[in-house]
Ligand binder design. Structure first.
Ligand SMILES: [Zn+2]
Length: 171
């Protein structure tokens, strides 16, 4: 099985909250696709709660597009939670600037944190969501608040690369 890109970075030294360009791909027609690691919790030290991460995802997907999409330059394809519940992957068409990604991330946290109590979670119905009862606005706001309090840093993949010799010994 080929080694997945995220298995090449050392999660024990990964800062959070952080943004990191995880991967760049080229389509057969030459377009560039970037995959960004938007890390929220420090790996193996914390996790987003189940309902919170889900509600957060519903809002985050919209707010990030609002702040980052730029016609003809950058267009977000998808933002999805990581299985380890410590962050999100964002794929996009074009080339995004790390500072702009961090700014969009921060602005989205402000948007989520300032949502008034009782705000209806977008698409939280059985027609548009796969677990429409699994939601908590309060938990989503807690996640956003923590990111705002801690601040977002920019990480380079090469700065947290796993030693290739070590990869062989890991399970
Ligand atoms: Zn959903």
């Amino acid at each position: 099985m080929p080694l997945v890109d995220s298995f090449l970075v050392d999660h024990t030294i990964m800062p959070a909250p952080s943004v990191r360009l995880a991967k760049v791909m080229k389509t057969p027609l030459g377009d560039e696709i970037e995959v960004w690691d938007l890390r929220i919790k420090k790996p193996n030290q914390g996790m987003m709660p189940e309902k919170g991460i889900h509600t957060f995802e519903h809002f985050f997907a919209g707010f990030m597009r609002e702040h980052l999409n730029e016609k003809g330059v950058v267009e977000v394809i998808d933002i999805s939670p990581m299985g380890c519940k410590t962050g999100f992957y964002m794929s996009l068409i074009g080339k995004a600037d790390a500072g702009k990604v961090a700014d969009a991330f921060r602005a989205s946290m402000e948007d989520i944190y300032s949502l008034p109590e009782g705000t209806v979670v977008p698409a939280s119905n059985p027609y548009q969501c796969g677990s429409c009862k699994l939601h908590s606005l309060e938990e989503a706001k807690d996640i956003a608040k923590e990111v705002l309090d801690k601040g977002i840093v920019i990480t380079l993949s090469e700065d947290i690369a796993l030693d290739p010799a070590k990869i062989k010994d890991l399970a």
